[in-house]
Design a protein around this ligand. Structure first.
Ligand code: GKR
Ligand code: MG
Length: 415
């Protein structure tokens, strides 16, 4: 029997290059932050996790991780209890106030699953209940974007995308490189009719691709209602068109297009109101903020019971997160939509062997026990140095946006 008690937990903040992608909150900064978590067992097995890298999460992890020594990597109840004793409260995040506790638990929990898998020769998807799909399909995640960051002078490899033609070009490149089927358009940036024109151009160029649009709460209820006739028959689901459960319930009441969310149903306590008001018919799960892989599997079962569709949300991330998302997706029978991922936008990587590759838009689970990935320590050191050098400690899309468009103002809803 191997000794799977935790001997040490290490957290390393990293910063990796991120292109100038636009959203309702602004523009991505030149570096995105993540934390890399290593849970080492008494036997010297190292399990990996990846999570947010903003200061509030790092501070919370710094409080919790010293309390985990001696815990068995299978004891998730004790992880929750010890984390709850140290961390309460929220941080200001992309969707408003975001809870710290499930974020901190998730960061460590994934590494505990990985350590257990590596200690026992089992894959995480098998520990989560068994693999139900050979490969996990992902969607092409399109963004309006500037040609380059304000600090650069030459366009990046993707160039600008501020017009329907630019979006089509971006989608073509994304599909050529990775073979994705479904297409998601990040919206809530330009006047909505321009964004709908973008969707129409995508439909004309890719007649069979399931389309989605996500304004991140950027539209008023009235705007969303006005746009519904144009969206009917065009999209697979409409993600967070307006603000809150109440507002989105008004939109859902007026359409058969399923509404989806990763902003307003983000914890168990939001589920009853969502069911009662029939606001969202699809939930985008995300193990990074739902409290980990086990909690996300439970969310899958809840959605199944209530007839709610299940998709998967993402943020700028590295291969450890991608592997964890893929194992979770592979073990979730009712995950019926292609998952989101920002991965094609990232050029850096922190795992050995470099970037994981999609084949025909899908990811085959990496070989090997646990998550199937290991750390490239030289890259970890380089990306940690980036973190120390870049001076960014919290994501701030609004300030970055004003460097490009000085008159830009945040609004949610805005249009
Ligand atoms: O990366 O700009 C972005 C996205 O807008 C991200 O922050 C969102 O959380 O991808 C997300 C979403 O689907 O809302
Ligand atoms: Mg979203």
């Amino acid at each position: 029997m191997s000794d799977t008690r935790i001997a040490d937990v290490r957290v390393t903040p990293i910063a990796f290059y991120d292109p100038p992608l636009l959203n309702n909150a602004g523009c991505h900064q030149p570096f995105a932050l993540r934390s890399i978590i290593e849970v080492e067992t008494e036997d010297g097995v190292v399990g990996l996790g990846e999570s947010y890298g903003s200061q509030a999460v790092l501070d919370a992890l710094a409080k919790v991780t010293p309390k985990l020594a001696g815990l068995d990597v299978t004891d998730l109840n004790a992880l929750w209890a010890r984390a709850r004793a140290e961390v309460q409260g929220e941080m200001q995040g992309y969707t408003g106030n975001e809870r710290l506790l499930p974020r901190v638990v998730s960061a460590v929990e994934v590494a505990m699953w990985d350590a257990f898998g590596k200690s026992t020769g089992r894959r995480v998807c098998d520990l989560l209940g068994g693999q139900v799909r050979e490969t996990v399909p992902f969607s092409a995640y399109l963004f309006y974007k500037f040609a380059h960051h304000i600090t650069a002078s030459e366009p990046d490899a993707w160039g600008a995308a501020l017009t329907p033609e630019g979006l089509v070009e971006q989608a073509r490149r994304m599909k050529d490189l990775h073979g994705f089927d479904a297409i998601k358009l990040k919206a809530g940036i330009l006047p909505p009719d321009e964004e709908i024109a973008g969707l129409r151009a995508l439909r004309a160029a890719f007649p069979d691709a399931p389309l989605r649009i996500d304004p991140n709460g950027g539209w008023t209820v009235a705007t969303a209602l006005r746009l519904l006739p144009q969206l009917t028959g065009l999209i697979q689901y409409l993600e967070d068109p307006t603000v809150g459960i109440d507002g989105n319930a008004q939109v859902q009441a007026a359409t058969d297009i399923p509404l989806a969310t990763n902003m307003y149903v983000v914890a168990n306590e939001h589920l009853p109101a969502n069911m009662a008001q029939d606001a969202f018919r699809v939930i985008l799960s995300d193990h990074h903020y739902w409290g980990g892989l086990q909690a996300s599997r439970e969310l899958g079962r809840i959605c199944d019971i209530w007839g709610i569709g299940l998709s998967m949300h993402s943020n700028s991330h590295m291969g450890i997160s991608l592997a964890a998302m893929a194992h979770l997706a592979a073990a979730t029978p009712n995950l019926t939509y292609d998952c989101d991922t920002h991965y094609p936008w990232q050029t850096d990587e922190v795992i050995e062997g470099g970037k994981l590759a999609f084949e025909a838009g899908s990811l085959r689970l990496p070989d090997g026990p646990g998550l199937g990935v290991t750390l490239d320590r030289a890259e970890l050191a380089r990306l940690h140095q980036n973190y120390l050098d870049c001076g960014i400690t919290v994501r701030d899309d609004a300030t970055e946006m004003k460097k490009h468009w000085p008159d830009w103002e945040f609004g949610r809803p805005k249009f």
